[in-house]
Ligand binder design. Sequence first.
Ligand code: F6P
Length: 363
Amino acid sequence: MEAVRKSVTKTFGILTAGGDCPGLNAAIRGVCRAAYDRYGMTIVGIANGYRGLIDEDVRILRPVDFSGILTRGGTILGTSREKPFKAQNTDFNIGEDKVAAIKKNYQKLNLDCLVVLGGNGTNTTGYLLAQEGLNVLGLPKTIDNDIVGTDRTFGFHSALAIGTEAIDRLHSTAQSHSRIIVIELMGHKAGWLALYAGVAGGGDVILIPEIPYDIKAIGRHLAERARTGRAFSIVVVAEGALSAEEARMEKKERKKYRAESPSTGYRVAKEIAAETGMETRATVLGYVQRGGIPSASDRVLATSLGTAAAELLARGEYGRMVALTGNEIGSVNLSVPAGKVKSVPPDHYMIDTAISVGTCMGA
Ligand code: F6P
């Protein structure tokens, strides 16, 4: 057996925050295995994201806790959307400022570093805590793939496979019934998932938040397909997709308008039916996209990012988010993802790929 190596970090806390995704457990295992086996670090598992650190809901993780979890969906630590820097001093059970409670518990638990696995919000909070003097390391997870500083987030590939399979299944029923079927995929601010699943599943129309759509252009595209013998169509819609009309609205007005329909997919289906007169149905895939086992690709990415985080812990290189750049695993300063969303750039090659195979991008 390999001798235990020297490490700057002796004890660290680990938490998962924000929406869950496949690959979180693989990443936890990656960090913990390397940190424990190679460096003998003490690992404090924090329950339910930042909430667990505020409430001191913690337990020491031992190998039995992170063994056999590589393939499991969800997160063994639990998660929450707690944002400690938002709405401080409100609805707080111990009558104390949330950030102050985090700082106090960080000291009390003798942590040398806090490892946070999450999306934009989680890594932004990590950055803000680093500004408050805590040592923090971030790992990029989300099915949305919208974190600045990494080429890919774990969770995305698994959700892409689920979204693609759903489109495949809708294809055959749409064809049998000569219907338009709209499928809504997650992606509130960024359209990566809808774009990639749309291309993988051969969507006839793909609508993403980055390209406000014109219902008339969609209608023309669907009518042309019908005229040339393809009476069915698949329309892939990101939950954050919006019309050109909505894009022109003030934020408040848009929020009110959007609250009037149950979801983007149903609204788009209604608009298409009104515009074309064709029989149209909608399917919202919802949380199915976030559940279940991670894909092989996500397991590999999450494991590599996890073990890379353990190496940063060992060297005492804090204030960073581990990241994938090309084929290399490295890290970026936590300020890089903080407060940002990685949208699909208008000149991204995948948009041109979609258009080149005859897909309408809504404009
Ligand atoms: O985790 C990101 C995400 O999947 C988004 O695509 C979606 O808008 C959001 O989570 C919804 O999650 P929840 O309902 O859990 O807040």
